[in-house]
Design a protein around this ligand. Sequence first.
Ligand code: ZN
Length: 286
Amino acid sequence: MLKPFLIALAALTAVPATAQVEARQLFGAVDTATSGSAEPFGSYARGCVAGAVQLPETGPTWQAMRLSRNRNWGHPDMISFIWRLSQQAVTEAGWNGLYVGDISQPRGGPMLSGHASHQLGLDADIWMLPPDQLDLTRQQREDLSSISVRSEDQRSVSENWTPSHLAVLRAAASDPAVARIFVTPAAKQEMCRTAGEDRAWLRKIRPWWGHNYHFHVRLNCPAGATQCENQAPIPAGDGCDETLAWWTSEEALNPPPAAPGTPAPTPRRQLTMADLPQQCGAVVGN
Ligand SMILES: [Zn+2]
């Protein structure tokens, strides 16, 4: 019985020590980006980014929120997108700009709390709260909360939803750099009802759980980023169909209890360095 044991031991020791470490511990401990050119490695929920850029804490038309989290880092494409969209929030929606929530950690990767994705510097959460002022102090940016655009029963938008929200989301979805945008299903239903003739942009607006206090913008892999994996393409059409209606159905919002004897779903395992593209070891400095 010793021989199989020795073979197993040899296999274990062949793996570099850091390969079994929880990736979020390593990525969560680094507070600066790598220097050099920007490149995402892997997929949105399993990857990292080299050469990320920090979104300036305050710009002419935005403020980064919750600065203590140090998640205002992104691929340069994301930083320029936020610059663009925040200007359009002024011109298209009459807002003062945007409050920007989490983008990524300085080197992307898994996080110690929240978010399965946001690992490539290509995802950003934008608050549903139109900015009242763009000179909030650091402390105010910790204390202020966004608003929910969804009703209590989750079946419709709340009184916080306005046509200007549609204008901001339309501008975001119309941007060629954007792959998809996640919103609360009730918000997509409202936009389907009120968009009018010009509705091709609705295709990129995707219903998802949560996303009532913010919308989540996901950019395409940048041109030439050969190690970046795009998501599968969105189905054809504007998505204003029965698949959207399902999200606010009784079945979706109040699922029947599982039958006796059904095994409980296994909790998601934390990613280790071995789960990430090999380049991420160098990116995080291990
Ligand atoms: Zn998000």
